[in-house]
Write a protein that binds this ligand. Sequence first.
Ligand code: PFF
Length: 573
Amino acid sequence: MASIRETWDSRTAFVLAAIGSAIGLGNIWRFPYVTYENGGGAFLVAYFICLFLAGIPLLMLEFSIGHKFQQAAPGSFKKITPRLEWFGWFAAGVGFIIVTYYAIIMAWSVNYTYEAATLGWEQEEGVYADAQYAIAETDLADMDVLTAIPDSLIGRSFVSPVTAQNCVICADPPQGSDGYGTILVAFGGYLYGFNTVGDANAFMGSPGDFFFNDFLGVTSSPWDIGDFKWPLFIGFSLAWIWIVASVWKGTKTVSKVVYFTVIIPWVLLLVFVIRGLALPGSGKGLEFYLTPVWSNLMSGKLWLAAISQVFFSLSVGFAIMIAYGSFLPKKTNIAANAIIIGLADTITAFFGGMAVFSALGHHADSLGVPVSQVVSSGPGLAFVAYPHIITQLPGARIFGVLFFLMLLTLAVDSAFSLLEAVTAAVKDKWKTSHRKANLIVGGLAFLLGIPMLTGMGIHILDIADHFMNSFGLTLVVLGEVLIIGWGTGAEEQRQYINRNSSFSIGIWWNVCIRWIIPMGILWMIFSEIQDRAVPYGSFGVRSQEFLFGWLLIILLPIVSDLLASSRGRGEGL
Ligand code: PFF
């Protein structure tokens, strides 16, 4: 039975759905921590360049592929040539792996909504204070940090109350990975000394300590499973129920849900930016965020981080925008839609960064350390930095709950866009009902996420995130630009876009698709691989982890090929 392909309720519904897919945790959770890890300002410059030279042109490309072939990614590539169907599944597979850990961050947010309501992250301050470890008496108020260490104390030995280790007071030289010389904190009329910011945070009962130790129970390596966190399992299940329910009836449900999931979080984000900026010391954070160190732009690693963040943020390379393009009505406006979506997404990320960096500036200021040292970066950053701002707000509980609801509403439409894209591909091939396809795809992703609810979860998440972004999304995009740019022809595709847009895009688009994007990606991947000896992120890379990442990347095309060669309903009987 030839059925008419489902379409969006209206152009606004499509634009909102695509914006909803693009704007997500990538903007508020991932963008700030990747920016922080890559040194702030220079990363931002690379991000903008990649957005205009790659991100927006690729959005146009993906919408036009779906619109032209009227199929999700596997079906679209199959229409180009049947030998390429596997590539569409590969793109869907990369997105699928991403959604397995994306839902974990949603689970953190579900549970943090509760923690916010009870201010669970505000641990008792000074829990380690024990006068036998005190260095000297002081008049300073509890939790004040001594900004300059008096010469008379330098060289004296002390015991850190957090680690019970012997240390020597030094004013400056960094000690340990997150350290910054000695930090002296006042409590109960005494000064206590710490060698690392992490230890000082633990003493001061920081949200970071709560997140990593209590909430996640993080183990010291990905090979140490740790405890299964049942409360997280509940949050995780709720997150998945919400995702699946949102796309229960395909584009019809999505067209309605997105009005809420896009507009509400935006208003909330503005509130957080304004509050963050008003915190004392926020300027220090913004300076770090906005001042580029130009020499960093020579690093291929930084560019790879920037371009893969652009892809992640715009949902490019996930097979999503191809599926969403395929639901567009015949008469549409591809180029304008791509520009609107690209800019809306970027503005949101920029604001997300403002909120986080102003909080970091404030925190660094109160500890008297540079912004680059203030917290261990990585996937936990948002769950440490935002609670920090929230705790300072009057009505902290309400703002906290609103904040995590905002994260969830932002995330849900990204997660369901992926579910919808893979569901559409399954439906195109096996002609299953929408509900059945939804449940199978969602159920499988749910099962794959379960190991990440343990103490090793954040390690796995960090590795999968790094590999899927640096190599998964970039390889998908590389494939797309080679297939279209050099195979079927960039010029033909450009004319197709122009026939379906209110204005024409110039020949520059062909140059981006044929030359700039593939050459850029090849250079970045090459220099990243060369850099491999260096740890990639907060949780470090060792060779076994590297192996796990590459195993994922190698397994995916094999599984994709199997899916492509399995026989669909009504095919080649
Ligand atoms: N564009 C999304 C974001 O920035 O959060 C990324 C995303 C993740 C989309 C997972 C879809 C998805 F399933």
